[in-house]
Design a protein around this ligand. Structure first.
Ligand SMILES: Cc1cc2nc3c(=O)[nH]c(=O)nc-3n(C[C@H](O)[C@H](O)[C@H](O)COP(=O)(O)OP(=O)(O)OC[C@H]3O[C@@H](n4cnc5c(N)ncnc54)[C@H](O)[C@@H]3O)c2cc1C
Length: 584
């Protein structure tokens, strides 16, 4: 039933995010738009035919753990091997590493495709890609030589080990420790929880990236170092040696993504797991952030992916299911003809395409931060990527959640019954707002660290971007009040930004109280602009114009209201002690 939305993805990359312009400017050497289209088209075919059919079995069978051995659901290992054979692990890796050497934005587009087919499957590559990025940026040439090629080929997979029982959002509390072994390596000890694909049977080796503290390290996150801890040690000739002192103690029973094993990992029960320092001592978080930033955008795209899947599912059901009479219809009508069902379907589709636009803008900005022609353009792109990453992650995953829930609603009672599969989307979508930094933490990051970038210059550029699109849309045939509503949203964003910049200097609590509303406002204004930009493209059809108008007239008007909630400061929160008092 699910088909990868290849055409929409290409349209968004080209006409919203400006990939064509970046290609034309020579940012990616001799890459051309046809190559991008054929790679994404092939990813879509593979995902639709090979991965998507496993989504249901992945959910019903789930990953199993027995005596530390994790078994994937039926068909997953074979699909992973086919995925590796297709070269999909190395989309961004350099040709000399055996990769395709394509832009990150192309890989992010593929990431949406894998996740739409099966989130439980796609989490394994998502983490490997992050590990690859961190190693490429920070590992020594020797570590790169041993590990990077085999991650880029997919022969081995990667993990990210931050979380411990007492250290989730707050990594100051990490206790895992490491000691120099005297031979250049380290011994790593401690327990990590919730580690995605920490153990599995898809590949022969697993490369764990683990945050831990060295003896005498400073307290807090400034005392964290990053270690590469392989499941199997690697001999000098590259073959696999003995099993390292790391094991999976158990996997979690959870709401969704059942195919993805979420592992409790124990390091160093038998004298210490052999680890290798990545980057400098006590600078581990900087290296881990390379991984986290890539993973945050990929998680944002999980929101888009699951919303797309839920939309396709709900739209098909709504065309098929008949109830009531719409308008003057002679008999029972397909429910898609009822205004409220149309509202739900359009909300799903418009929001997911808006979120896709934001994610693609972020992905292309990541590419341009490395490849734009001038230093000035590279710096502006880096600021844009940094500013938009929390919006792409949190706004898009909220969209995933809301769309999956609306998908259940469109199905009525059948949505609540597991057999239709609509409920799985809702269960799977829920995690994306929690991991890779909860959406609340993304909002705090946006307000406390990102809107101040370049003294507020980065966010001003974004507001100007939205305003230029609003002005282009104003008065155009078929666009209704799109231009006006987007201008109002941009105005709200401008007012809220000015208030928050001031509050950051004078009243931090007031800034934090408005953080989530600000993130929502940002997403609405920028998402609406993305849809309008797509609709304004000469190649756009009437459907894109209708979607941009729906979003601007029916969803974006909330934006000025969100600005008001931000401007009201924190009195309604800090003064509400009585409402949260425990019942005696
Ligand atoms: C299925 C799954 C897979 C995961 N995969 C991985 C993985 O591969 N690797 C890994 O290292 N971790 C992983 N995690 C862990 C995940 O990243 C954490 O659960 C997440 O960061 C939140 O931490 P926490 O659960 O301790 O919640 P807490 O930090 O306890 O947060 C609880 C609530 O308090 C809020 N909160 C906390 N601090 C603040 C603050 N300063 N300001 C405002 N609000 C705040 C949060 O937003 C949240 O709503 C995974 C988790 C799950 C469930």
């Amino acid at each position: 039933m699910y088909r990868s939305p290849v055409e929409d993805i290409l349209f968004s990359l080209r006409h919203v995010a400006g990939l064509d312009e970046a290609i034309a400017e020579g940012a990616f050497g001799d890459l051309d738009a046809d190559t991008v289209a054929s790679v994404i088209g092939e990813a879509g075919r593979f995902a639709t035919e090979v991965i998507a059919p496993l989504n249901r079995t992945g959910d019903t069978q789930g990953a199993k753990c027995e005596n530390g051995v994790v078994t994937s659901p039926q068909g997953f290992r074979d699909a992973y091997q086919q995925w590796v054979a297709g070269g999909w692990a190395g989309v961004t890796a350099a040709p000399e590493q055996g990769g395709m050497g394509l832009p990150h934005s192309v890989n992010f587009a593929c990431s949406e495709i894998w996740n739409g087919a099966s989130m439980g499957f796609a989490l394994c590559p998502l983490l490997s890609e992050g590990a690859l990025g961190a190693l490429n940026a920070y590992a020594s040439p020797e570590l790169k030589e041993t590990y990077v090629k085999r991650l880029a080929s997919g022969e081995w997979t990667g993990t990210m080990n931050l979380t411990e029982p007492q250290a989730g959002s707050d990594l100051n509390a990490v206790r895992a420790r490491a000691e120099p072994a005297g031979d250049g390596s380290y011994r790593v000890f401690g327990q990590k929880i919730f580690i995605t694909y920490g153990e599995h049977d898809l590949a022969d080796n697993i490369v764990h990236l683990v945050l831990a503290r060295l003896p005498d390290a400073p307290a807090g996150t400034r005392g964290l170092s990053l270690f590469l801890v392989p499941k199997f040690l690697v001999r000098p000739d590259g073959s696999l040696g003995q099993r390292n002192d790391v094991r999976c103690a158990s996997i979690e029973h959870k709401l969704g993504i059942h195919a993805s094993p979420t592992c409790v990992m124990v390091y160093g029960d038998n004298g210490g797991a052999t680890g290798f320092l990545v980057g400098e001592e006590n600078r581990g978080l900087a290296a881990m952030f390379v991984m986290m930033n890539s993973a945050r955008l990929s998680v944002g795209l999980q929101g888009v992916a699951i919303a797309e899947r839920a939309f396709q599912h709900a739209a098909a059901y709504a065309r098929d299911r008949k109830q009531g009479r719409a308008g003057a219809a002679p008999g029972m009508s397909p429910i898609v003809e009822h205004p409220d069902v149309r509202r739900m379907l359009l909300t799903m589709k418009a929001s997911l395409q808006a979120a896709r636009g934001i994610c693609h803008l972020t992905g292309v900005a990541i590419d341009l931060s490395r490849h734009a022609a001038t230093k000035e353009a590279r710096e502006a792109a880096a600021e844009r990527a940094s500013l938009l990453t929390p919006v792409a992650k949190a706004w898009s995953t909220d969209v995933g959640d809301e769309a999956a829930s609306l998908g259940v609603q469109v199905h009525g009672g059948m949505g609540y019954i597991e057999e239709t599969g609509a409920a799985q989307h809702m269960r799977d979508a829920r995690i994306a707002g929690i991991y890779e930094g909860t959406n609340g933490i993304q909002a705090v990051d946006l307000v406390t660290r990102k809107i101040t970038l370049g003294g507020g210059r980065a966010v001003q550029r974004e507001i100007a971007f939205i305003r230029a699109i609003a002005s282009d849309a104003a008065g155009r045939d078929g666009f209704g009040a799109t231009g006006k509503r987007l201008e109002e949203a941009a105005g709200g964003l401008e007012r809220a930004t000015a208030y928050l910049l001031d509050a950051l200097a004078n009243d931090q609590d007031a800034a934090l109280a408005g953080a989530y509303a600000y993130l929502k406002l940002f997403g609405l204004a920028l998402g609406g602009a993305c849809l309008a930009k797509a609709a304004l493209a000469p190649e756009a059809d009437a459907g894109r114009v209708a979607l941009a108008r729906f979003f601007a007239e029916k969803l974006a008007p909330v934006a000025p209201g969100l600005a008001e909630t931000i401007l009201s400061g924190d009195a309604a929160l800090s003064g509400a002690e009585a409402a949260l008092k425990e019942v005696a």
